[in-house]
Design a protein around this ligand. Structure first.
Ligand code: IMP
Ligand code: MG
Length: 178
C-alpha cells in the first residue's frame, strides 16, 4: 500500500515543519528561562508524539515530559464535540508550569478541557502549544500561547495527524482533497 493517500498533497514539507518547530522552541526557550522554573511538557496522545519529541530537543532548558490521552474525534473527520480524559498525566502537576503540546487546534474543545483540568490538578500556570491552528473552526474561546502556523479549514494528515488512525507516520503534513 502507498504510504500517503493518492487524493492528498503536501501542505508543509518536513523541512518547513522543522522550521516551525524551531520557531516555537525558540519562543518557549525564552519563556521558560524567564520563569526560572523547570517546566512540564505534556503531549496529547496520539497526535502529539512526533511534535513533542522534536520540540523538546530544541527547548534550551531542563524539562520534564508526560502524556495524556483524550478522546473526542471518532474515526471520521468530524469532532463529536465531547472530550474525555482516557489517562494521564503520570507526574504530579502541583505547582508546576505546564505546557500542553498538541499538533493541531481545531474547535478548541480539547485544549480548553485540558487547560481547565490541569488548573484543577493544581498547576501554577498552563500554557498551550499547537503546531497548526485552524482558527476559523474555533467553537470555544481559547487560543494557544504558542502557535506554529494558522491553516484554513481543511483536513490534514501526517506528522502525528491521523485519518482513521492511519498516516500519523508521514514526515510531511498533507491536505486531503475530497
Ligand atoms: P479540537 O478539540 O476540535 O480542537 O480538536 C483537536 C483534535 O482534533 C486534534 O488534537 C486532532 O487530534 C483532531 N483534529 C482536528 N483537526 C484535524 C485534522 O485536520 N486532521 C486530523 N486530526 C484533526
Ligand atoms: Mg490530537
Amino acid at each position: 500500500m502507498e504510504k500517503a493517500p493518492a487524493n492528498s498533497e503536501i501542505l508543509f514539507s518536513s523541512r518547513e515543519i522543522d522550521n516551525l518547530v524551531s520557531k516555537i522552541a525558540a519562543e518557549i526557550s525564552t519563556h521558560v528561562k524567564a520563569a526560572k522554573t523547570e517546566p512540564l511538557f505534556v503531549g496529547v496522545l496520539n497526535g502529539a508524539f512526533m511534535l513533542l519529541a522534536d520540540l523538546i530537543r530544541k527547548v534550551d532548558y531542563k524539562t520534564q515530559i508526560d502524556f495524556v490521552k483524550v478522546s473526542s474525534y471518532g474515526s471520521g473527520t468530524q469532532s463529536s464535540g465531547e472530550v474525555k480524559l482516557e489517562f494521564g498525566p503520570k507526574n504530579s502537576v502541583q505547582g508546576k508550569d505546564v505546557y500542553i503540546v498538541d499538533e493541531i487546534i481545531d474547535t478548541g474543545r480539547t485544549l480548553l478541557f485540558l487547560k481547565n483540568h490541569f488548573m484543577k490538578l493544581g498547576a501554577r500556570n498552563v500554557y498551550l502549544i499547537a503546531l497548526l491552528d485552524k482558527k476559523v473552526r474555533r467553537e470555544v474561546a481559547i487560543d494557544p500561547d504558542f502557535v506554529g502556523i494558522e491553516i484554513p479549514d481543511e483536513f490534514v494528515i501526517g506528522y502525528g495527524l491521523d485519518w482513521a488512525e492511519s498516516y500519523r507516520d508521514l514526515s510531511d503534513v498533507r491536505v486531503v482533497k475530497t
